[in-house]
Ligand binder design. Structure first.
Ligand SMILES: Nc1nc2c(ncn2[C@@H]2O[C@H](COP(=O)(O)OP(=O)(O)O)[C@@H](O)[C@H]2O)c(=O)[nH]1
Ligand SMILES: [Mg+2]
Length: 327
């Protein structure tokens, strides 16, 4: 079954890509095998993250960006992540923007992710979906996410270029933005520049950039309006410029290597944690020890050490067949 899906994705069959994504969202055990086999075919897509407050105009900008990317004959995938939405499969983007035109375009694949697939963490599921689109042969992957919490900041770590979308002061000044969000910006976009206050927002961002330590890359500030499309070309040019900077400076390699390091450690941590919980929680000795801690006969530190000795991490994560191969 998984062979069929992997082959389908590599052959560019949309239906198979959609299948894989559903398996990822449902935490189906077969997803690991699919992702492992797709892996050699990944690493080619360029990932652009788009984050900002709800209503800042992220979806509208994505819509505009899609038009430009398609004019360049690039194939694109959009992942819209909204942790507050229980819906999946197009509800987030679809009702907001004029997607009809793009929805029929075979070069575009749009996927919304809500709370489904959050068992292993929404950012983990997003990363897995990213891999599917990458192997599927998408040149560019856009990730739209609401910039409100830690999980969104985590998701943006998978982007090569991160755009933070702000709107003119009064509506949503930079003082209201989370510090963490400001730091991850490679490009600032002041959208709704058709409204008063855009100048002030731009100078606030500029002042903030003056204060932060000098980096190799100073994030440009682009003004856009999705109403008349002004600034959209500049926004695209800024993305291109950042991509060229990443490539020329060797940063792209560095960032991707750091990401791989973290991914492997995350996976190990995830497996160990699951195994520890499965072995310890609710076990007889665990319950016994908890009772002794309650009566102050034992302390939690000694208890943890004691329980650690009983945990077996042998062959963690290996499938039975892989174990036999190693023996
Ligand atoms: N005036 C103005 N309104 C905009 C602009 N871009 C988006 N909007 C409006 O802002 C609202 C939120 O846009 P949306 O793209 O859904 O924002 P998102 O929540 O960040 O994805 C919609 O009603 C849009 O029509 C803009 O450039 N100028
Ligand atoms: Mg949106």
């Amino acid at each position: 079954m998984h062979e069929r899906i992997v082959q389908g994705i590599l052959n560019g069959e949309r239906r198979m890509a959609a299948r894989a994504i559903s398996l990822i969202e449902n935490e189906d055990p077969s997803k690991n095998k699919i992702l492992s086999e797709l892996y050699p075919n990944t690493g080619k897509a360029f990932v652009v993250g788009i984050t900002g407050s709800p209503g800042a105009g992220k979806s509208s900008l994505v819509d505009r960006l899609l038009t430009i990317l398609r004019q360049q004959a690039l194939s694109v995938a959009v992942i819209a992540v909204d942790p507050t939405s229980p819906f999946s499969g197009g509800a987030i983007l679809g009702d907001r923007i004029r997607m009809q035109e793009h929805a029929l375009d075979k070069g575009i694949f749009i996927r919304s992710m809500g709370t489904r697939g959050s068992l292993g963490g929404l950012s983990r599921a997003t990363k897995d979906v990213l891999q599917v689109f990458d192997a599927f042969g998408k040149d560019v992957i856009l990730i739209e996410t609401v910039g409100v919490g830690q999980s969104e900041v985590d998701i943006m770590k998978y982007a090569d270029t991160t755009m933070v979308i702000l709107t003119p002061a009064g509506g949503d000044g930079i003082q209201t933005m989370k510090a963490g969000i400001m730091e991850i910006a490679d490009i600032f976009v002041v959208n709704k520049a058709d409204m008063p206050g855009a100048d002030r927002t731009c100078s606030e961002i500029s002042m903030m950039l003056d204060l932060s330590c000098a980096k190799q890359w100073r994030p440009p500030i682009v003004r856009t309006s999705t109403l008349d499309g002004s600034g959209i070309e500049e926004m695209f040019a800024a993305i291109e410029k950042h991509r060229l900077f990443l490539e020329a400076s060797g940063q792209l390699q560095k960032v991707r290597e750091a990401r791989i390091r973290r991914d492997v450690l995350d996976l190990i941590e995830y497996k160990i944690k699951n195994s520890v919980w499965a072995q310890v929680y609710g076990s007889e000795s665990f319950e016994l020890i908890i009772g002794r801690i309650m009566s102050r006969e034992m302390d939690p530190y000694a208890a943890a050490n004691l329980l650690l000795c009983s945990i077996n991490l042998d062959g963690l994560g290996l499938l039975p067949a892989e174990k036999t191969m190693l023996e």
